[in-house]
Design a protein. Structure first.
Length: 422
C-alpha cells in the first residue's frame, strides 16, 4: 500500500474556494492502489491501469451494413432501373473468395465482408429478385442510390494503433465491449480502494436497535458506505466507536494498517466529547479545511500512520454534498482515476434566491419542463442541512457560483444531476 507525503493535506486558514481546494489536492495526491490483471468480465467499475491500443482495425474489413445486394455503382443506369445477374451469396463470416466482376450483383447479408471491387449495397426491400443466386437469378435495382451506400469501411469504428481506452478510465459496460472488440480477454486495472467507515458518539444507535430518548439512528455511516461502494471502493464497516479516546485511537490504528482511507462524519471539532481529532493527531496529522461552500464548510483531512483520513461535516445533507464535491475527487485521485469534472447542465431557475458573495452554494432541486418545454429547476421547499429527505426528493443540485449574490426566476443556472456523480 503506497503512503502519502506527510504534508499532502497541509492547507488551511481563511475560507478556501472549492476549486482552489481541489487544485491544491491535485498537485499533492497520487494513486495508492496497485495494478493487477483481471478477466474482462470482472473489470466493470474498475480503474484502468494501462492504455488499451487497438492491434487492428475494427471492423477488420469493409462489410455490408444491411441485407441486400452488392454492386459496382458504375454498373447502375442513371435515372432508370438496372437488372443484374445475381452470381453468388455471401453471409456473415463467409467470403466470396474472389474479386467482384463488373456487371454482376452478389446477394450479401449484414456484416458480411464486401468482395473487392463492390462499392455499394442496395437494401433487399428496395429491390425485386427472381431466381436463386448463382443459378440464373437476377435482381432489379431502382435508380437513386448513392455511391458507397450501406458499405461500412474497415476501421470505421477503431483504427489500428489508436488508444481506444486511456489509463485512469473507470470502466463502463461500453468500455468493456470496446476492449472485447479488439480481442482483449484481460485488462490491467487498479485494485479497489480499501475504505473503512466509522461513526462515533454515545448518542448514535444502529438502525433497528432500541432508540432511547436523546439518541438518533446512524444515517451518515450508511450513506457514506453506499457512496463509497458505488464509487468502486472495497468498504469495511467499523461500526460505531465509543466516545473514548483510547478506543478510537486503537480502532483507527488497526484500520490504518489494512486500508487506504478512513472516512467519518462529524466528531472532529474541539469539544470535550469530540475525541476523533486527538486520536488522529496522536498517530499522524489533521488539517481543518474551511471551505467556502454551503451546505458544508468544515472538512478535516489528515493521515493516520500514512493512511488518508477524511472527516466530513455531521449534518446529513452537508456530508453528502461535501462527499460528492470534495471527497469524491480526492478518492478518485487515490484510486488512480483520470481527472474529469462532472458535467454541469444549463437549466432555467424556477425560483429566486439570495446568497453571500464569495461562497459557492448548492441548492437541492427537482427538474420539470416548463410550458415552453425548457427544463426548469424547482427548489426543494426545505433546505436545512439536516433534512436528508430533501436529497431523496431532488434530482440534483443547482450550483451557484461565488460571485453570485441574487438569483432571479428565469435565469440560466448550472445543474448537477446526481446521476453524474454516481
Amino acid at each position: 500500500m503506497a503512503q502519502l507525503s506527510d504534508d499532502c493535506f497541509a492547507f488551511g486558514g481563511d475560507l478556501m474556494p472549492v476549486d482552489a481546494a481541489l487544485d491544491a489536492l491535485r498537485g499533492r495526491l497520487h494513486a495508492v492502489t496497485e495494478a493487477g490483471t483481471v478477466p474482462l468480465a470482472q473489470s466493470l467499475g474498475r480503474i484502468l491501469a494501462e492504455d488499451v491500443v487497438a492491434p487492428f482495425d475494427v471492423p477488420p474489413h469493409a462489410n455490408s451494413a444491411v441485407d441486400g445486394y452488392a454492386v459496382f455503382f458504375d454498373d447502375l443506369t442513371p435515372g432508370a432501373e438496372t437488372v443484374l445477374p445475381v452470381t453468388a451469396r455471401v453471409a456473415a463470416g463467409q467470403t466470396l473468395g474472389r474479386p467482384g466482376v463488373r456487371g454482376e450483383a452478389v446477394r450479401i447479408f449484414t456484416g458480411a465482408p464486401m468482395p473487392a471491387g463492390f462499392d455499394t449495397v442496395l437494401m433487399q426491400e428496395d429491390c425485386r429478385a427472381e431466381g436463386e443466386p448463382g443459378r440464373g437469378g437476377a435482381v432489379t435495382i431502382p435508380s437513386g442510390i448513392k455511391r458507397g451506400s450501406n458499405r461500412r469501411e474497415a476501421g470505421e469504428d477503431v483504427t489500428a494503433g489508436a488508444v481506444i481506452l486511456a489509463s485512469g478510465r473507470r470502466l463502463r459496460p461500453e468500455d468493456i465491449g470496446l476492449a472485447a472488440s479488439v480481442g482483449r480477454r484481460e485488462l490491467a486495472v487498479r485494485r479497489p480502494l480499501r475504505a473503512a467507515v466509522f461513526s462515533t458518539g454515545d448518542e448514535v444507535r444502529e438502525p433497528g436497535a432500541p432508540l432511547p430518548q436523546g439518541c438518533i439512528y446512524d444515517a451518515n455511516r450508511f450513506s457514506l458506505m453506499a457512496a463509497l461502494a458505488q464509487l468502486g471502493c472495497a468498504v469495511t464497516d467499523l461500526g460505531i466507536l465509543p466516545d473514548r479516546r483510547d478506543a478510537i485511537r486503537d480502532a483507527l490504528a488497526e484500520a490504518a494498517a489494512s486500508h487506504d482511507v478512513l472516512v467519518t462524519s462529524g466528531g472532529v471539532s474541539t469539544g470535550e466529547e469530540d475525541h476523533v481529532k486527538a486520536a488522529v493527531e496522536a498517530q499522524g496529522s489533521l488539517h481543518f479545511w474551511r471551505l467556502a461552500i454551503k451546505p458544508g464548510r468544515p472538512v478535516a483531512l489528515g493521515q493516520v500512520r500514512g493512511t488518508a483520513f477524511i472527516g466530513l461535516p455531521g449534518n446529513p445533507v452537508a456530508v453528502m454534498i461535501t462527499f460528492l464535491r470534495v471527497a469524491r475527487p480526492l478518492l478518485l485521485r487515490l484510486m488512480g482515476a483520470e481527472e474529469k469534472a462532472p458535467p454541469l447542465f444549463p437549466v432555467r431557475a424556477g425560483f429566486a434566491y439570495k446568497k453571500k458573495p464569495g461562497r459557492r452554494e448548492y441548492v437541492r432541486a427537482q427538474l420539470a419542463r416548463g410550458e415552453d418545454g425548457v427544463l426548469t429547476a424547482l427548489k426543494h421547499p426545505r433546505d436545512g442541512a439536516g433534512i436528508l429527505s430533501s436529497m431523496v426528493e431532488s434530482d440534483g443540485l443547482v450550483e451557484l457560483p461565488e460571485d453570485l449574490t441574487r438569483l432571479e426566476p428565469g435565469a440560466v443556472v448550472d445543474f448537477l444531476p446526481f446521476s453524474e456523480v454516481r
